[in-house]
Design a protein around this ligand. Structure first.
Ligand SMILES: [Ca+2]
Ligand SMILES: [Ca+2]
Ligand SMILES: [Ca+2]
Length: 380
């Protein structure tokens, strides 16, 4: 029992002495089996951990390789791995069905870390000279290798040794994520009675990482209604309502939306003269966006009858807020308003749906009255 305990302690310390780890942080270097180019000792284990800066990966290859061969490399081996996966296991002198030697093979790490372990078992059937390997940091070409849309450049990618950067097409700005291209679209003011508003670049996919504001601002008394077109495509989610991109419409205190998906919202009658539209996009996805037309209408005023011996211009079936009408009289007549004679008189349809004034009358001018009298006398 005593001996056993002693052996246990002794064997452990022996094992510890023969197994050790070497940390390597250089951009290149050489790794050799213990005692190289002499034969390597039995019961030996060495691990080399190579770390290179971010943006690089490690290239490893062998100039010499001579290890004891065994079924599936059970005895002696060189194992190349990362934290997560075994990249290669080598042993022997020649590649067979169950043993692989590196030969001309080059091993690349997917990331900036690689671990190489050499192990020999308790015996060697003959003399083996081990291995001589070299490693170096090589650039990762992020532009051709990044297949994940969440990580790749939105527009243009530029690779350089040790890193990469993104740039955008003309008219776009690189977002602070240094990857997606946004547009400046926060300052759009519409003051006409009708108009068309679209997402940026419509019907091409709208820019990512953008926040667009559109304001329709008309005089009080107008009421804006919105109508979306059939092409409507805003990134959505099958369960969560509009978590990525959306359009929202606001006319204090009412809010419509957020809207997303592929079905255009129903027409919206805001009942307001001031409408704000917010459109937001996140950093991924390709969707076509939206297009809407708006129209501002006011209250309608009652029908108008032209005065006797007079006319109104323009003559319309209906008049609404802000429409103006000019009243004039036939030749020989004058417009009479509040006992004042004038050539024309203008009235306007007000926001409450009433006319600014009553229709004036047309009065025969005095000169004409005299003339008429005179002519009557002449004919007598
Ligand atoms: Ca061996
Ligand atoms: Ca690079
Ligand atoms: Ca999106």
């Amino acid at each position: 029992m005593r001996w056993l305990l002693l052996c246990h302690a002794l064997c452990l310390s022996l094992l510890k002495a023969s197994a050790h780890t070497v940390e390597l942080n250089n951009m290149f270097g050489q790794i050799q089996s213990p005692g190289y180019p002499d034969s390597y000792p039995s019961d030996s284990e060495v691990t080399w951990n190579i770390t290179v800066p971010e943006g690089f990966r490690i290239k490893l290859y062998f100039m010499h390789f001579n290890l004891e061969s065994s079924y599936l490399c059970e005895y002696d081996y060189v194992k190349v791995e990362t934290e997560e996966q075994v990249l290669a296991t080598f042993c022997g002198r020649e590649t067979t069905d169950t043993e692989q030697t590196p030969g001309q093979e080059v091993v690349f790490s997917p990331g900036s870390f690689m671990s190489i372990t050499f192990r020999s078992d308790f015996s060697n059937e003959e003399r083996f000279t081990g291995f001589d390997a070299h490693y170096m940091a090589v650039d990762v070409d992020e532009c051709t290798e990044r297949e994940d849309e969440e990580l790749s450049c939105d527009h243009y990618c530029h690779n350089y040794i040790g890193g990469y950067y993104c740039s955008c097409r003309f008219g776009y700005l690189l977002h602070t994520d240094n990857r997606t291209c946004r547009v400046e679209c926060s300052d759009n003011l519409f003051t006409q009675r009708t108009g068309v508003i679209t997402s940026p670049d419509f019907p091409n996919p709208y820019p990512k990482s953008s926040e667009c504001f559109y304001t329709i601002e008309l005089e009080e008394g107008f009421m804006v209604s919105l109508q979306f077109e059939d092409i409507f495509d805003i990134e959505d989610h099958p369960e969560v309502p509009c978590p990525y991109d959306y359009i929202k419409i606001k006319a204090d205190p009412k809010v419509w939306g957020p809207f997303c998906g592929e079905r255009a919202p129903e027409p919206i009658s805001t009942q307001s003269h001031s409408v704000q539209i917010l459109f937001r996009s996140d950093n991924s996805g390709e969707n076509r966006g939206w297009r809407l037309s708006y129209r501002a209408t006011g209250n309608e005023c009652p029908d108008l009858q032209p005065p006797v011996h007079g006319k109104i211009e323009p003559l319309q079936a209906k008049y609404s807020f802000k429409d103006q009408v000019l009243i004039s009289c036939d030749t020989g007549y004058k417009v009479l308003k509040d006992n004042v004679e004038m050539d024309t008189f203008q009235i306007e349809c007000l926001k409450d749906g009433t006319w600014s004034n009553k229709i004036p009358t047309c009065k025969k001018t005095e000169m004409d009255e005299e003339n008429e009298l005179g002519s009557e006398q002449e004919t007598e």
